[in-house]
Design a protein around this ligand. Sequence first.
Ligand code: NAP
Length: 435
Amino acid sequence: MTTEYRRLRVALLGAGAVGSQVADLLLRHSDELADRAGAALELSGIAVRDINAKRDVDLPAELFTTDAESLIVGSDIVIELMGGIEPARSNMLLALNSGADVVTANKALLATHGPELFEAANQVGASVHYEAAAAGAIPIIRPLRDSLAGDRVVRIMGIVNGTTNYILDRMDTEGADFAEVLADAQRLGYAEADPTADIEGFDAAQKAAILASLAFHTTVSLDAVHREGITQITPSMIEEARAAGFVIKLLAVCERLTADGSESISARVYPALVPRAHPLATVHGANNAVFVEAEAAGSLMFYGAGAGGVQTASAVLGDVVSAARRHVAGGVGVGESTRANLPTVPIGHVVTRYQISLEVSDQAGVLATIASILSDGGVSVATVVQTIESEDDPTARLIIGTHRATEQALSDTVDRLAASDVVDSVVSVLRVEGE
Ligand code: NAP
């Protein structure tokens, strides 16, 4: 006996890498999805720019339209997979104001206009679902929002950009050069023709803003996320990291800081040294992982595909089923919790350990001079390794591991080191995370 379900109209905006797979799964698995949602999910149409464009999968031609607005009005659920800011933003607002729930994977839009969209949803009792916006197929939004709702998240460290992890992983495993691996990544489709958003950390910063907002019940704007990319990473930095027992990963770090009884947040994206024994060090290729530390739960790790059309479609469809269940059960959607309203501190207040690599003159008294510059700057030394290329070489490489210090103290000290007569050059300064 087949169950007669109530029908929900689902509008899809976009049929690119993700949207075409979402449409395909919605159509092929309609019976199973109806059983899970408690409602029949009727794909009422797909809005695109070009209805004649070739799609990744065969989809019924009659579903396609260029009139997104007409499709949205009268829908119960709108899936936004166009990407970009406009017209995605206006379409989502139209959907919410028409009483539809919205499902999106659009990290760029959420990181910049999230509060406006969440407020629009609150006003009408609808909800915005965005599991696919932070790490593709990996369930991380729902764990942070629901599973850990009774706990207090202390820190999130995420490898949330597959392109940069692919590049750094190949540099680490093959000793390859950044430019060479980037060209390969572009040829294989792991990196865009314009790779700026990935390699300069913009994509990871958008995800950091989304994760920090959710984890700390605060609105964290994209501007508040400190961002550095991986273009300065060289094979010799990778080699030095390896020798010291680390691997270099581009991390999104979102942290709760407590000082003098008051709390604040830090959100930052930069390449960091991760101990080889840390679970994040084992994330290879274009995979993503998010490591969460919570007061009661302890350490949790979420791992998997951070991108890919069909993989991301899995997360989108999970959200569609959630949205459908709300329509069936009735009641208002769960809004975003921003009540903690914690301030975000500038990068200078962040405290970590560092590894500083210096090219110095190989002469007596150099170490003492450097040690005194560090100690005057409030940066104490934990380890020093000195390497000399050959007996005739007048320079030596000093790799200094520091104890924990503030970014401000460190950057002032590095400026003084760079200006010192005994230092030829500051080769690199990397933070250590995950110890
Ligand atoms: P995509 O391949 O570029 O597809 C975009 C789709 O939106 C296309 O079908 C395009 O229509 C349509 N579109 C764009 N602008 C439009 C407009 N003004 N009016 C009507 N239709 C418009 O994008 P995608 O890779 O599927 O990504 C979609 C979203 O998912 C983005 O927010 C992205 O950040 C996010 N996401 C993607 C991945 C991934 O692995 N790809 C992973 C996680 C999250 P035409 O086809 O006719 O041009």
